[in-house]
Design a protein around this ligand. Structure first.
Ligand SMILES: [Zn+2]
Ligand SMILES: [Zn+2]
Length: 345
């Protein structure tokens, strides 16, 4: 019998036998080949999520092969290798019609409202297929590599919102997998200097492959460091890829005139406030944006970038594990010992 990792309740994850799911005439049955563990999976494991009703199969950075298609599906066929953009827009609300699908009023997410990729089989719902969430994996890109399209899609969305441009100095706070993707994307766009800051030395060491200028902001005065590198102008783009108010508050000291700050990581819902010097924005004409997820088109763009060899994908995949080892995998990611772990159900 096929297996699934079922989150029965908070911190109660069980490997269970599950029948192959039935599909409707507008749905697809996916044989999941790879599903990367993300920081969100760890958050959900410990705290649940307001949109999750237990029991639920989580996992949203996934790829697989189409095993079966509903009779009304014309665009795909059995055997197609695909990724599924997990944030599913409705296609009908005001924001969808404006082309801002990640802001959809009726957003549903794989791993939250629908079962996700930590299982041998999953159903791709009709609303996802209809709204372009199912993208064919380009030839030459493996299932494991394609699973990185999801985090990269969010990073692309973030840098579009930050308006990263050729010649910019880009400072990224947080050198985890997301920080590394930001660093590589900024280089691809043509940033002249890319700086990665973190307080965990191990993470900075693992991020050396990005070629970014790395700095331990626990040991070094980050403001002085960035000032020295920019003749005192500071960073044109500051991307805060960690979820702490300290980092958010400090970012105002690190941004150049007419620059931008991106609160890419959210704060815990119990303490979502930061105290910021708004005069930096007033006198410096800089701006702050946030980033939440990505749209199906960002996912497609991410696949194209990955297959064009623009990212050192192999450096992100620290380890591959079978579904049975998912609990150890979650722990290792939480301890920040690895860049990314891929589960192969
Ligand atoms: Zn994720
Ligand atoms: Zn919508």
């Amino acid at each position: 019998m096929p297996k699934a990792a079922l989150l029965v309740n908070i911190e109660d994850l069980k490997i269970v036998d599950r029948e192959i799911p039935q599909i409707g005439k507008n749905e697809i049955l996916l044989r999941v080949k790879a599903c990367a563990i993300c920081g969100t999976d760890i958050k959900v494991f410990h705290h649940g999520h307001k949109h999750i009703v237990f029991p639920r199969v989580t996992g949203h950075e996934l790829s697989g092969v189409i095993e079966k298609i509903g009779e009304d599906i014309k665009k795909y066929k059995v055997g197609d290798r695909v990724t599924v953009a997990p944030a599913i827009p409705c296609g009908e609300c005001y924001y969808c019609r404006r082309g801002w699908q990640s802001m959809c009023d009726n957003l549903k997410t794989i791993g939250y409202q629908f079962d996700g990729g930590f299982a041998e089989y999953m159903v791709i719902p009709e609303v996802a297929i209809r709204n372009g969430c199912v993208n064919i994996i380009p030839d030459g890109l493996s299932f494991d590599e394609a699973a990185l399209a999801e985090p990269l899609a969010c990073v692309i969305n973030g840098q579009q919102l930050s308006r990263v441009e050729m010649g910019d100095t880009v400072l990224i706070v947080g050198a985890g997998p997301i920080g590394c993707l930001h660093a590589e994307l900024a280089k691809n766009i043509g940033a002249s200097k890319v700086i990665l800051a973190d307080v965990v030395q191990n993470r900075l060491d693992m991020a050396s492959f990005t070629g970014a200028i790395r700095v331990n902001s626990k040991q070094t005065d980050l403001k002085k460091f960035v000032a020295d590198l920019t003749d005192g102008r500071m960073a044109d783009r500051v991307i805060v890829a960690v979820g702490t108010s300290d980092a958010q508050e400090q970012s105002l000291e690190l941004v150049a005139k007419r620059g931008s700050i991106n609160f890419f990581g959210g704060l815990p819902k119990e303490s979502p406030f930061s105290k910021i010097n708004t005069n930096t924005l007033h006198y410096g004409e800089s701006f702050i944006t946030g980033t939440h997820g990505s749209s199906p088109l960002h996912n497609k763009l991410a696949l194209d970038f990955l297959s064009a060899g623009r990212f050192q994908i192999d450096k992100y995949i620290s380890k591959k594990i079978p579904l049975e080892q998912i609990l150890e995998g979650l722990r290792e990611v939480e301890e920040k010992k690895v860049v990314k772990i891929i589960v192969n159900p």
